[in-house]
Design a protein around this ligand. Structure first.
Ligand SMILES: Cc1ncc(COP(=O)(O)O)c(C=O)c1O
Length: 339
């Protein structure tokens, strides 16, 4: 396919064949908000409902087993796409907003003994990366921006306090389109012993992501901005963090034992994966999501091909040297042991 063969690209997206106002061909330029769905995704969803629909992880019958395989296959697809070390680091959500809310709510629970808890964000953030923290009771400290849209990293140093629980920054601004220097922000935060969440809603659709190379602690993305079904997203979290964070949502799947008097939850990452739910949409992502469908500009499988799986470093999360005792409690131990 010629890169600029627009009619061929249009053919992949059934909605683009419709006329609007009864005469004009549809031109859709709102991909930063949500993308249109290629035929492969729509067909995979129909196929899913016609042939596989069942609860995952809950049944021993044929359909449930098949659905579970597809569900976990999708998790592996996403793991490869993000360059994560393990599928246990991949949590399915409804989008970037929910991914950020999960971390904000769980971090607030982890730091419930600190009413002065703070998060550092930048002046370039989407509302999801502001309001989620405010609702969870965090005070925001903001990395300022110059007139040409660059973040002032010298100012960042002065924003850390003993109450800083996390830095949460966008990778690519949804307003200006500029890429933020997340690598440097992550390095700086880690020297203060502070974890970093990267909002990848606008970067994941356009550039190669390697969470291990970035060394971010969390990475959030929206599948529906990447040709996936509406209402899907992903949270990547370093294993040690997912094990340490308290549950965000209650329900089935996370339970080891429950009565009306008492609840015992399963492994620490399983209780966060409660969010995976039982829906078909993420399973579809595994078959028709990033790497598995035709990327309009880069051709079939282009996103996946661009994801290197080699040279993974072991996840390393220990406290930075010189880390204060107050800060040290913010970081999971190297042994991944429960807090
Ligand atoms: C940078 C950024 N973060 C977060 C979001 C929220 O994404 P969603 O609505 O998929 O949760 C968006 C949506 O446009 C965004 O551009």
């Amino acid at each position: 396919m010629n890169r600029y063969d627009l009619s061929s690209v249009r053919d992949d997206f059934p909605i683009l064949s419709r006329k609007i106002y009864d005469k004009y061909p549809l031109v859709y330029l709102d991909n930063a908000a949500t993308t249109q769905k290629p035929r492969a995704v729509v067909e995979a969803m129909t196929e899913e409902y016609y042939n596989v629909n069942a609860n995952v992880h809950r049944g021993v019958h044929f359909l449930s087993q098949r659905a579970t395989d597809l569900h976990e296959g999708a998790r592996e697809t996403v793991r490869r796409f993000l360059g994560a070390a393990s599928t246990e680091e991949i949590v399915f959500t409804r989008g970037t907003t929910e991914s950020i809310n999960l971390v904000a709510t769980s971090m607030a629970r982890l730091h419930s003994d600190d009413p002065a808890r703070e998060v550092i964000v930048s002046a370039l953030e989407h509302h999801s990366n502001i309001v989620s923290w405010q609702l969870a009771g965090f005070r925001l400290r903001v990395i300022p921006m110059s007139d040409d849209g660059e973040l002032d990293l010298e100012a960042l140093e002065g924003l850390f306090t003993e109450h800083t629980c996390l830095v949460s920054v966008t990778h690519v601004s949804n307003v200006l389109g500029v890429e933020t220097p997340v690598e440097r922000i992550i390095q700086t935060a880690h020297t203060h012993g502070v974890p970093v969440l990267v909002d990848g809603a606008q970067s994941a659709p356009h550039r190669r992501i390697d969470v291990e190379a970035l060394d971010c602690d969390f990475f959030a993305l929206s599948g529906h901005k990447m040709y996936g079904p509406t209402g899907i997203g992903v949270l990547y979290g370093k294993r040690a963090w997912l094990q340490q964070l308290p549950p965000y949502m209650g329900g089935g799947e996370m339970i080891r034992n429950v009565s009306f008097e008492r609840l015992q939850v399963r492994s620490r990452h399983a209780r966060l994966r409660r969010l995976d739910g039982t829906g078909a949409r993420h399973r579809v992502y595994g078959r028709s999501g990033p790497g598995n469908h035709t990327h309009p500009r880069r051709g079939p499988h282009a996103v996946c091909r661009r994801t290197s799986l080699g040279n993974r470093r072991d996840a390393h999360l220990g406290p930075a040297s010189g880390t204060s005792p107050a800060r040290r409690r913010l970081l999971p131990s190297r042994s991944d042991s429960p807090p």
